[in-house]
Design a binder for this molecule. Sequence first.
Ligand code: ATP
Ligand code: MG
Length: 571
Amino acid sequence: MRYSRFFIPTLREVPAEAEVVSHKLMLRAGMIKKLASGVYNYLPLGLIVIRKVEDIVRRCMNEAGAIELLMPSVQPAELWKESGRWNYYGKELLRIKDRHDREFCYGPTHEEVITDVVRSFISSYKNLPINLYQIQTKFRDEVRPRFGLMRGREFVMKDAYSFDMDDAGANISYENMRQAYCRIFEACGLKYKVVDADTGSIGGSFSHEFMVLADTGEDFVISCDSCDYSANLEKAVCVDEYTKSADELKPSEDVETPRAKTVEEVAAFLNVPSASIAKTMIVRVDEKLVGIMVRGDHEMNMAKVKNYFSATTVELASHEEIEEATGGPMGFSGPVGMKVPVYGDFAVAAMVNYCVGANLKETHTLNVNHGRDFEFADVDDFRNANPGDKCCQCGGKYVITKGIEVGHIFKLGTKYSASMNATFLDNEGKRQPFIMGCYGIGVTRVAASAIEQNHDEKGIVWPVQLAPFKVCVVPLAVKDEEVMKNAEVIYNTLNRMGLEPIIDDRDERAGVKFNDAELIGIPVRITIGKKTLEKGCVEITVRKTGITEEVPVEGCTERAAAILQELSQNC
Ligand code: ATP
Ligand code: MG
């Protein structure tokens, strides 16, 4: 590629709208341009990187035996009504109507469509298992699109769906995908972690997320400092490690707590630790209201609440619902006299003489005790794990890190096949629903994550595997015949060697060219200048280390190839 004929609209200024590094650098490097909130043009340089991710994904999926197809992005509402998701999916689903007033949506995912394809053509166990995938543009009307390609509304996803005749087969398909995903993220040169993930209300199944570890991640990963346990915060198990104190129960009393609303404010006002307060949240589980109690210094975990009740939706109750459940105003809920069942976290079940909301404005009750003042309907794990908590697997300590979810694999079971009547005949001639799995990779998010993990103050430092060009050939004086002749020879040789070079043939100052090469993150630069040429040499600079070496013109391309080889092995 010739820089002068290519289109890389780099920016000198850091765009104000961008918060995270990958977003800033993608804009500055001329890789993307925003069209609307969460909707981006993939400019040529950005597209090359996206295609590289796609190529790796495609190769690994094909090697794992999955078969590529392409489904439409516009999907008829009927299919979503069959699966029951039309009403349930909410505002993330972009709903549209055609000229005949028929309802459609722009696909955020394709379980319905693939299930419809498979039920139309596969009717015998003899054709199973099968795993079909596509690489395609999705649309999700995210509440907060942000961070550029990291959380777009329109984005590219690889989604795969497996169909098996029985549970054992489905587990094999799942494991096959888990391994393929590991190969994909390794091939992309990313440092990642596979973590246990929440399966939501589908139940019985399992799920893993693939997290790229980065400070800008929106997900929290809990891992153990002594064993291999790793889980999304939503899922990380808190063990019941508490023993109830044998302290004598004191009589309870109401105290006024003016202007103190949050746990911290109440704790400061009463001069007690947050851990001696228990907070009560009123939650709507599907249609039902319940109270959930966690210790003052803990956070309630909605995913755990949802799973406990096998619910479809879980939401914090409204003002009116809180009044209905407690008889008191929002912000002062407590378990005593509550009109709905109260569930306690393990940590609360071990407390004695604690402080709770009194269901009265600006009032709390001291020395409350369950068993005496109220009863728990049940006790379970309802809170987020904290760093330092005991590991559920080995008793070690939890640590917390941030991660970007780049992939998600999920054993679905018969959720879609049962609701959409997708069946096959088993070897005894009986109709059975397919056992399904689904597997997603955020292709555009992978490109952004690679930048989050690989950058410095000058710009992007692409892992060789994803670099849009592997070598940048920089002739310092484009008007000098000797310099240009050598640069062209080197460029052509690199091209023949498949090293994907770009030659910066622009009539620009050296500084400008170097800055751009560094900003767009080309792993290796070969600089051809008059002075070094007089010695029969060129300079090779490695983007990652900044180290420059002088090498003879003869053999400089081999040296570049060797450096690239080394870089890709060290990723
Ligand atoms: P998130 O929790 O980040 O919203 P999700 O659980 O909704 O993700 P899935 O439905 O599992 O995501 O989609 C599969 C993959 O698609 C994700 O692992 C992620 O890499 C990618 N993805 C999901 N939403 C977006 C988005 N808004 N922008 C870019 N990539 C996305
Ligand atoms: Mg999402």
